[in-house]
Design a protein around this ligand. Structure first.
Ligand code: IMP
Length: 205
């Protein structure tokens, strides 16, 4: 287990504006100063791992080694039961090089066709990496339903087509604070916080 000295900056190893905004929001209560990979001009590594945890570790390690700072990476995605978990780790790639999530959501809608199974979930792996390669990974998931057509303009990515279990509004229709109350990313962050809280040996942040 490792310390992140008080006053040390934490590098957010992502180039996704939506994720950066949410992670910075979720970090606010900790009073941690964050800086983004884009601001340091770091390249985005290729996501070659088969799962969220592997890709998060790859991104966090690469950024920590390149910058000499502790780095936090998020790998996340949207899954449909009826599509065997797709798009999953390929969620960003379904939007193509132009990052067209309207097209990605339409592709999900078309691949589902008239399948009545609309079960969907978001997954998130957060990986904290230190420049020497040590890592700690935290997972979060939120279950819900795929809805069509898309609704709402908040959030990012697949938010307009996902209603969490027990809710009526899509993530795209929710205020950020309501999404943070139970999102996959907030749940992974809660694991990270719990880990920090349970650490008796070191003081993080
Ligand atoms: P990656 O982790 O960089 O591979 O990209 C994950 C992709 O999953 C994002 O580009 C989004 O399309 C999607 N995604 C992850 N988290 C969310 C979320 O909270 N809302 C909507 N889409 C998300």
């Amino acid at each position: 287990m490792r310390a992140l000295p008080r006053g040390e900056r934490l590098l957010l190893a992502s180039h996704n504006a939506g994720k950066l905004r949410e992670i910075a929001d979720l970090m606010t209560p900790l009073g941690v100063e964050t800086i983004s990979a884009g601001a340091l001009g770091l390249p985005e590594p290729e996501e070659t791992a088969p799962d969220f945890a592997g890709n998060a570790a790859l991104k966090a390690r690469t950024a920590a080694q390149a910058s000499g700072l502790p780095a936090l990476a998020d790998d996340s995605g949207f899954s449909l039961a009826a599509l065997g978990g797709d798009p999953g780790v390929l969620s960003a790639r379904w939007a193509g090089p132009g990052k067209d999530f309207g097209a990605a959501m339409l592709r999900v809608h078309e691949e589902l066709g008239d399948n009545p199974d609309r079960r969907a979930w978001f997954s998130c792996a957060l990986c904290l990496a230190w420049p020497d390669g040590e890592t700690a990974t935290f997972l979060g998931r939120v279950e819900g339903t795929f809805v069509w057509p898309p609704r709402g303009t908040n959030g990012f990515g697949y938010d307009p087509v996902f209603v969490p279990l027990g809710g009526t509004r899509t993530f795209g229709e929710m205020a950020p604070a309501d999404k943070h109350a139970g999102s996959h990313r907030a749940r992974a962050m809660a694991q990270l916080m719990a880990w920090i809280g349970s650490s008796k040996e070191v003081f993080l942040f």
